[in-house]
Design a protein around this ligand. Structure first.
Ligand SMILES: [Zn+2]
Ligand SMILES: [Zn+2]
Length: 278
């Protein structure tokens, strides 16, 4: 599994148009570098003079559906054999994406970790967690299977308009006189009594919510996706098919309506928390 995500943004939301820029991959760290960047924003490596990325004219991806686990993945056309990156099954069929009616990704966050670096981190993790590894399993064999894959996410924007009402209370004290019986005699005493005066207060709260990513993959439950945060949203670029070159890309299996329902719940909770904190 990779550490990168494909963003599908809600096209009906009035999001700011992102400028379309020619995109280049840093040769040192595979981060996404803009054409006129002299240095990589991720690793600082100096970049070659601006050049146009070659954009293949034919659609560069092939789509496979795993008959074993149901994952659907796009790979670039140069990849001949295909193994499911989720369950390692070779029992896959090619299908035509036009038939599924899925929408294309709109944004992509490119890989910031090279395959070599990922392998290094994974092997270190295996060494630190020896209890986890079955005795006959070689770390080398496992890390050979590390593959980068883009994971689909949904992203929505919501303008929340809330009205709130509250009762504001203010304390004040008065002194009252009372009589009581002490040692068989009636005596007069005073005491302070706290009173509360209430008045109503109401207001409106407008807030634009976005930036919550909903997993589009059934293989990545939302609880796990939430643990990946924060996402490197600043690295988000307009999707172009050549981003796929050398990587695999999972197709979404959580559809837009399902993702929107989850997003709505989260934004409504945010909105309640903000209004309550006011
Ligand atoms: Zn770099
Ligand atoms: Zn599979």
């Amino acid at each position: 599994m990779g550490m990168s995500q494909v963003i599908q943004n809600n096209p009906t939301a009035d999001d700011d148009e992102m400028p379309v820029v020619a995109t280049i991959v840093c040769p040192t760290c595979s981060g996404i570098v803009e054409a006129d960047d002299k240095f990589c924003p991720y690793c600082g490596a100096p970049q070659a003079a601006p050049q146009k990325p070659e954009q293949p004219s034919a659609p560069p991806d092939r789509h496979f559906r795993c008959k074993n686990c149901g994952a659907e993945v796009a790979v670039d056309r140069s990849q001949r054999s295909y193994v499911c990156p989720f369950c390692d099954s070779t029992y896959v069929v090619e299908f035509s994406p036009e038939l599924t009616g899925r929408q294309q990704p709109e944004f992509v966050i490119g890989f910031a970790v090279t395959p070599e670096k990922a392998r290094e981190i994974f092997e270190r993790w295996l060494n630190e967690n020896r209890w986890f590894r079955p005795a006959d399993l070689k770390a080398a064999a496992l890390s050979e299977k590390l593959r980068g894959i883009y994971i689909p996410f949904w992203s929505f924007s919501m303008l929340a308009r809330s009205t709130w009402q509250a009762m504001i209370g203010e304390y004040w004290y008065r002194t009252e006189t009372y009589t009581t019986t002490e040692n068989g005699k009636t005596v007069t005493k005073t005491r302070r009594v706290r009173e509360t005066e209430w008045w109503p207060l109401a207001g409106r709260h407008h807030q634009f919510h976005n930036g919550y990513l909903i997993s589009g993959s059934r293989g990545l439950p939302q609880e796990l996706a939430d643990r990946i945060t924060p996402f490197h949203l600043a690295g988000m670029r307009r999707y172009e098919p050549y981003f796929l070159a050398g990587w695999a890309c999972e197709e979404y299996t959580i559809n837009r309506e399902q993702a929107e329902a989850i997003s709505r719940q989260v934004f409504e909770q945010w909105e309640r928390n903000e209004v309550a904190a006011f």
